[in-house]
Design a protein around this ligand. Structure first.
Ligand code: SF4
Length: 287
């Protein structure tokens, strides 16, 4: 473990934040390994932003109205080291104290530990719990996301958050060409989400990304886990960044049709509506 004193915490119009740099979940396709993010290797030797709670308090105290802040855009906020350090929890405590709303994206059911805080945040503004699901096959997930919670466990966690009134979402990305980008998997994920009352699914397209830094690791893991698959990727995508499944258009319409049938939102304006602070709460803060 390494530590750093960060200068700022929240970034961009979405107020995204990461209390850790690097990740130990070991997903073979991880985009955060890309060189452009400049996370000093080794990626698994986590860099901890030890002053994250202080930065959160300073930056949120300056906001004139309630805002949503989101963790997990780059590195998982609930990887195992969080059980020991509790830094994501401390930032949630600040979000609660300052009256704001919070969302997270994770692959680890350790997030359930913070259910109490998420409920309290939801009462005062808005709380959104998101998990990534790239397959519903636990055995396959163990190979491609080796140290994350199993998809079946993530699904149970989504159910628990939903039962406590928290808005839940799923990021169904990436879908790996020739491995998980297929109709059976997409239908299985959407139907599983429907069964646990997931409100929305984010899927940018049916495919994955590869670039300098992430491509080498992905190919190394393909060689170990799926012999012959690297050659297939190289022939299909060369050095392309965006790698769509060959039948991505058909698969995307399978996805949208399944969402329609299940009453799950997938269009961005609908997702924004589901994840923003409700008007009645925003108006209260004006008086
Ligand atoms: S959980 Fe996210 S950040 Fe961590 S290894 Fe997997 S894809 Fe990368």
């Amino acid at each position: 473990m390494r530590t750093m004193i960060a200068k700022t915490l929240f970034q961009g119009p979405g107020n995204n934040y990461n209390v850790y740099r690097g990740c130990t979940h070991g997903c073979i396709y991880c985009d955060s390994r890309s060189s452009c993010y400049e996370i000093p290797p080794p990626f698994e030797d986590i860099i901890v932003k030890v002053n994250a709670p202080e930065l959160a308090l300073r930056e949120l105290s300056r906001k004139r109205k309630k805002v949503m802040v989101h963790s997990g855009s780059m590195c998982d906020p609930y990887m195992p080291i969080e059980a020991e350090l509790g830094l994501s929890r401390k930032v949630l405590e600040v979000i609660l104290k300052t009256g704001n709303g919070a969302g997270f994206l994770t692959k680890n059911v350790l997030a359930l530990r913070d259910l109490d805080l998420m409920e309290a945040i939801d009462r005062q503004a808005k709380a959104v719990a998101c998990f990534t699901l790239t397959t519903m096959d636990d055995a396959l997930a163990k190979r491609i996301e080796p140290r994350a919670s199993l998809p079946s466990e993530r699904l149970k966690a989504l159910w628990t958050f939903a039962q406590h009134g928290i808005t839940t979402g799923v990021w169904m990305t990436p879908l790996l060409p020739f491995l998980t980008a297929n109709e059976e998997n997409i239908v299985s994920i959407v139907r599983s989400c429907a069964a646990v009352q997931v409100k929305y699914i984010v899927c940018f397209d049916v495919g994955t990304t590869m670039r300098e830094g992430s491509r080498d690791y992905f190919y190394q893991k393909l060689d170990e886990l799926f012999p012959g698959m690297k050659r297939r990727y190289q022939a299909e995508y060369g050095l392309e960044y965006i790698c769509k499944a060959p039948d991505h258009e058909r698969l995307y319409s399978v996805f949208t049709e399944e969402c329609k049938k299940a009453g799950i939102a997938w269009l961005w304006p609908d997702i924004e509506e589901l994840t923003r602070i409700p008007d009645r709460i925003e108006q209260l803060t004006l008086f």
